[in-house]
Design a protein around this ligand. Structure first.
Ligand code: U2F
Length: 515
């Protein structure tokens, strides 16, 4: 079935459900950005020039929002708790919907069981997989392992783990992690490291999923630039604890600028927030954007790490000022990162802003040097910048990327031919070509299991149609001599295991992403 772009979000909004602040936050965000997504869909549609896209059946199981994982996030949505993950899940869901895929959303372990006759007690994921792809997170992995048992192994290659800070190969590889001290409580799932999808492009070992930020047209941009208030600063930190011990910097800042905050409070101003700060309380996202449009400076004090807010500020024409960390923070020296499956060194509050955006939009300075800090503020007040949003954080950028991951990362599939059909033909039927270099990856029992093949015997033989299986006799054969891997071979007795890949139109020797 063909995936057709969708520009209407109403069926997605229905799917998301109700009853939790986190869901309401995500839905508000979806509505607010709906027209932006719609325009992006039209642009990508034109760019892809009718290229055929297969509609995938996709399960999105948001583990961290399930009651079973404790869901500590939802109750804090209106109280200054982390929203970055919710921003990202809202955008992932929207991107998948807009790309035209067939979505099922699950936010509880119960929902993993839906559609199974009562009493059978088995998860639908234990049978043949009804989904082409499963997006989940580390909590979801744990839950699926508990409920699917061994069959999780078979379905592994369909899983994508949304993982904010990233997982390095050394931590993912079970045996290696065990041997060399890289085991963490998050697990060692033996995935292909590209199955972990991150919030920022931390390392090419993982895939970069990202999220989106607000986009402005030229008229909006120039109006924002005209209306900037040069001495207005907004502090990054919606929770009072993020302001703790920052009086010194705030004092210097206040010498030059009017200081605004969006700190959550119940009845009284939190003691961490000085009286001269104009605190708006936690704002709904669109009101925060309005505030950022006027402000000249968005200033970070070191926490939270790697959130969406600095990108939003820069997109609204602010300069983002943040502390440099030396030594860099990492799981080796900092409580927040301790136990996370990465040794990545975080060189400032927001390394992406530092390394991929930089001046004039981003200034990363040593806050312990008050002179440096002081002159950064003065420089910011006199620097003119335009609102800036990297393409990869626009809706079109995200759609393009998610589209490419879906079509290419599952675009090199393993197929079973029919009896009497060669792999040349089997792949062709799926608009792909047989790729002999990939036979060595499918010449094993795991591949047979992945295709749900019933084998009474598995034997390795010198036979030019192997790897293959006979349905009738329940016999499976693996290839003994790699020189005999053949796309062309066929036999009426056997269905073959065929590794296929995509190709460039008019240059079939190369895969689409090969140049
Ligand atoms: C990050 O999580 P946070 O949620 O704390 O990240 P922020 O950058 O502070 O902002 C998240 C969103 O909160 C919104 C704002 C951002 O989209 O528009 N917001 C708002 O709606 N109203 C306000 O008054 C202020 C902000 C990161 F994303 C997580 O992955 C990490 O776990 C966490 C800890 O490092 O930091």
């Amino acid at each position: 079935q063909t995936a057709a772009f969708r520009t209407d979000l109403s069926s997605l909004l229905d799917l998301v459900g109700t009853g939790k602040e986190s869901l309401s936050f995500m839905k508000r965000r979806m509505r607010r950005l709906a027209s932006q997504w719609g325009m992006a869909a039209q642009r990508l549609h034109a760019k892809l020039r009718q290229r055929w896209r297969e509609q995938k059946k996709i399960l999105v199981h948001v583990g961290f929002l399930t009651e079973e994982s404790g869901d500590v996030f939802s109750p804090k949505v209106l109280k200054g708790g982390p929203l970055g993950e919710m921003v990202q899940w809202a955008d992932i869901l929207t991107a998948l919907h807009v790309l035209g895929h067939n979505l099922k959303i699950s936010m509880s372990v119960k929902e993993l069981y839906l559609g199974v006759p009562p009493g059978r007690g088995s998860c639908p994921l234990t049978g043949p997989l009804p989904f082409d792809l499963i997006y989940t997170d580390y909590h979801g992995m744990q839950q699926m392992k508990q409920h699917m048992g061994l069959s999780l192994k078979r379905h592994k290659c369909h899983i994508r783990v949304i993982d904010t800070f990233g997982t390095e190969p050394a931590y993912n590889h079970e045996d290696y992690a065990t041997l060399h001290g890289y085991r963490t409580n998050w697990g060692y799932w033996n995935l292909n490291s590209r199955q972990y999808m991150t919030m920022f492009p931390h390392t090419p070992d993982n895939s970069f999923m990202g999220f989106v930020s607000e986009e402005l047209n030229d008229t909006e941009k120039s109006s924002i630039m005209r209306n900037k208030v040069n001495n207005m600063a907004v502090v990054y930190g919606k929770e009072a604890s993020m302001w703790k011990g920052k009086e010194g910097f705030l004092q210097i800042l206040h010498r030059y600028m009017e200081v605004h905050g969006t700190v959550y409070y119940e009845t009284q101003r939190p003691p961490e927030v000085p009286a001269y700060v104009k605190n708006h309380g936690l704002l709904p996202q669109h009101e925060l954007q309005t505030l950022l449009r006027k402000a000249k400076l968005f200033i970070g004090f070191g926490f939270p790490y790697e959130g969406p807010a600095p990108l939003e500020a820069i997109a609204n024409g602010c300069i983002y000022l943040q502390p440099k960390f030396h030594p860099p923070h990492s799981s080796l020296n900092h409580e927040f990162f301790r136990g996370k499956p990465t040794s990545r060194e975080v060189s400032s509050q927001h390394p992406y802003a530092e390394q991929y955006i930089g001046r004039p939009h981003v200034m990363t300075v040593d806050y312990n040097n008050s002179q440096e800090f002081d002159s950064a503020i003065r420089e910011i007040m006199s620097t003119k910048v335009e609102p800036y949003l990297p393409y990869e954080y626009t809706c079109e950028g995200m759609l393009e990327r998610v589209h490419a991951y879906i079509q290419h990362q599952v675009g090199s599939p393993l197929l079973a031919s029919q009896e009497g059909q060669s792999c040349v033909e089997a792949c062709q039927r799926a608009n792909l070509v047989c790729e002999p270099a990939l036979f060595r990856f499918v010449n094993n029992r795991e591949a047979l299991r992945g295709l749900e093949v019933q084998c009474e015997v598995v034997e390795a033989e010198v036979n030019h149609v192997f790897p293959a299986f006979s349905v009738l006799r329940r016999e499976c054969g693996l290839q003994k001599d790699p020189l005999l891997y053949s796309c062309a071979g066929l036999s009426p007795k056997y269905r073959r295991l065929c590794p296929c890949r995509d190709y460039r139109r008019g240059q079939v020797a190369l895969c689409r992403d090969c140049l």
